[in-house]
Design a protein around this ligand. Structure first.
Ligand SMILES: Cc1cc2nc3c(=O)[nH]c(=O)nc-3n(C[C@H](O)[C@H](O)[C@H](O)COP(=O)(O)O)c2cc1C
Length: 156
């Protein structure tokens, strides 16, 4: 198997873009850009997200117990870039609010899902977190897309 070819194949798989947030034991929010997100089950309602074990926020996922998924709108490329950058203050200057359970929900995202982690699986250099959906809310707008290493919008 040629890893470069695998990367090329994965580049052909177009996705949406999410910001997955969690919090540490003091309630401080953490988050990262993630497209390894999927709907898993409707009954019971489950989603999954894959988090890099090398992510600075990884320990918060490992201990936090809950996460939120923010589905980004087409105009939120800068938000995606910010949350994909290590060592920056990710939430500064970004509109967001804390949900009742203290998870960061990003303003103008076109979908918010809050989850309780019910399973986690080793996934090589990532961990697969399965979340039971506690709340879900869809907003208005069109999605930000990621394809072949670049951001895209749906054609008009
Ligand atoms: C479009 C896009 C999708 C990404 N998807 C994932 C993902 O699904 N899981 C992941 O762990 N990192 C993903 N990353 C990389 C992380 O967002 C990035 O490494 C982030 O800085 C990690 O969080 P940290 O700052 O806490 O280390 C993605 C980056 C981009 C630009």
């Amino acid at each position: 198997m040629d890893p470069k070819e695998l990367r090329r194949v994965m580049g052909h798989f177009a996705t949406g873009v999410t910001i997955v947030t969690t919090k540490d034991e003091t309630g401080t929010p953490f988050g990262l850009t993630a497209n390894a997100f999927a709907s898993l089950s409707l009954d019971p309602p489950l989603v999954l997200v894959c988090v890099d074990k090398a992510a600075q926020c990884y320990s918060c996922f490992a201990s936090g117990g809950h996460f939120a998924v923010n589905v980004l709108a087409e105009h939120q490329e800068e938000v995606s870039r910010r949350f994909a950058t290590k060592g920056v203050s990710k939430f500064d200057g970004i509109g967001w609010r804390a949900s009742e359970s203290g998870l960061a929900l990003i303003d103008k995202a076109i979908g918010h899902i809050e989850c309780k982690i019910v399973y986690s699986y080793d996934g090589g250099d990532h961990t697969i977190y399965v979340g039971e959906v506690l709340s879900a809310a869809a907003g208005e707008g069109r999605p930000l897309l990621f394809y072949q290493g670049k951001y895209h919008r749906l054609p008009e």
